[in-house]
Design a protein around this ligand. Structure first.
Ligand code: NAD
Length: 440
């Protein structure tokens, strides 16, 4: 099939590359000229495991092209995916201006029946709004479908190529037939394509993300209780996770969720609840708990250093909002850095993939280390904000020599307290007992 993907960010680029890999001819359109030029020249604009190889192959085989020319792309396409931003507006509701304005431009360009598929995460009722916005400008027949994307950054290619399910919200058999055909190669192992009405499809995406956010915020509240009552959240988590009604995933406590999805989607569901007079109180609380959680690690630092961080220097391992990505949107590391700087401390940071994206946001407010151990030189303590695999088995000897004090504040619970104890470190984590450095 001939496809266009409008918006070539984390979702649009992965979708475009994977659809091309399945044999389709895909044009990825973006308004960002520099991004399009870089992609045209064979240079990826995001880090995503497994993407580069597929990108290069499909570029070489001329199934994948990049353009800023929306009109030409639209006129050459049978299906157009919208993978545009839907950021949170001031009141938390999803800003639909990118989606609605592109929809209008697409409508003006249409020359034959085309299926428009909303892949962006959009509040319930958006497909109707897109149809209305297009209706006034389109001279030909078209359908609008909802096809929320469930990929996880860091595992996006695998998730896209082998989805657990594909959700399609459709209003016509024609649209359903096209989408079933398009997704057939991705569900050969038998995973289902769930066809439903568009509002249900739109809401499914929010319900998933808010459920996952709730689990994280719930476990972070349990961890706070563990910290205060002397229990160990790891034991509690394992005991819970083996209950098949609960399951093991998304029960890890830490310094809160970030990224481009959970924070905004939780707030957007709260807004939809207000709009449709069905208050989403649990989503509201998940959001509040998460905001507070991003500060928990610095509270532990403050309490260790008698509430005075002036002149202290800290090493920070991990900047990306989670491992496997260079995405810094709503990363807890940003809150940690701000809290430390505000209190007169300095920070030296290292991240395996997110240094460039982080530099754009943080400039020279912090020091940028060349590697993990360089970040630790003369630091009063090491803080861990992202659970990259490369941080999981550090050279404890080098760490001890490099840090000024043998103290680790682990915001992601990546170390075994026993190992840290053996290595002679003071160790703070989330919801687990503090390990005190043995007296010399
Ligand atoms: P992104 O910011 O990485 O990419 C969006 C792209 O759209 C940018 O490259 C931007 O330049 C481009 N753009 C903006 N206006 C445009 C226009 N008028 N024409 C063409 N291009 C335009 O965003 P993303 O992370 O890919 O997310 C896109 C949507 O997918 C959002 O609704 C998001 O909630 C949803 N989503 C994201 C993820 C994720 O993991 N990132 C997962 C599932 C769903």
């Amino acid at each position: 099939m001939k496809l266009s993907v409008i918006g070539t960010g984390y979702v649009g680029l992965v979708a475009g590359v994977c659809f091309a890999e399945a044999g389709n001819h895909v044009t990825c359109v973006d308004i960002d000229k520099a991004k399009v030029e870089s992609l045209q020249n064979g240079k990826l604009t995001i880090f995503e495991p497994g993407l580069e190889h597929l990108f290069e192959r499909n570029l070489q085989q001329e199934r994948l092209t990049f353009s800023t020319d929306l009109q030409t792309a639209v006129q050459a396409s049978e299906v157009i995916f919208l993978a545009l931003p839907t950021p949170a507006g001031e009141d938390g509701s999803a800003d639909l201006s990118y989606v609605l304005s592109a929809a209008k431009d697409i409508a003006k360009a249409l020359q034959q029946y085309t299926l428009i598929v909303i892949k962006s995460t959009v509040p319930v009722g958006t497909a109707d709004k897109v149809r209305d916005a297009m209706q006034a400008h389109a001279a030909v027949e078209f359908d609008v479908a909802s096809n929320p994307e469930f990929l996880r950054e860091g595992g996006a290619v695998e998730d896209f190529m082998k989805p657990e399910r594909v959700v399609i919200g459709i209003e016509s058999p024609r649209a359903e037939k096209i989408l079933r055909e398009l997704y057939r190669p991705f569900v050969l192992s038998g995973n289902p394509i769930l066809a439903m009405d568009r509002r249900s499809a739109e809401l499914t995406k929010y319900a998933c993300n808010v459920m996952l956010a709730l689990r994280i915020s719930f476990m972070n509240e349990v961890a706070a209780l563990c910290d205060n009552c002397g229990a160990d959240v790891d034991h509690v988590r394992l005991g819970m996770g083996l209950d098949s009604r609960i399951g093991k995933r998304f029960l890890f406590s830490g310094i809160g969720y970030g990224g481009s999805c959970f924070p905004k989607d939780v707030r957007a569901l709260v807004q939809s609840g207000e709009e449709f007079e069905a208050p989403q109180q649990l989503a509201q609380v998940a959001h509040e708990v998460n905001d507070a959680q991003k500060k928990v690690l610095v509270q532990k630092v403050l309490s260790h250093f008698d509430n005075d961080l002036k002149g202290r220097h800290f090493a920070l391992w991990g900047l990306a909002f989670k491992p496997g990505t260079d995405d810094m949107r709503e990363a807890p590391s940003l809150v940690i850095i701000e809290e430390l700087l505000q209190r007169g401390a300095t920070v030296s940071a290292y991240d395996p993939e997110a240094m460039q994206t982080a530099k754009v946001l943080l400039g020279n407010t912090i020091l940028w280390a060349e590697n993990a151990y360089a970040a630790c030189e003369n630091a009063d303590a090491l803080l861990i904000a992202t659970e990259w695999n490369s941080f999981r088995e550090p050279d404890w000897g080098t760490l001890k020599q490099t840090l000024k004090n043998s103290i680790v504040f682990d915001g992601r619970n990546i170390y075994s307290p026993e190992v840290v104890r053996e290595q002679g470190f003071t160790y703070y984590s989330i919801g687990r007992p503090v390990i005190e450095e043995p007296c010399a």
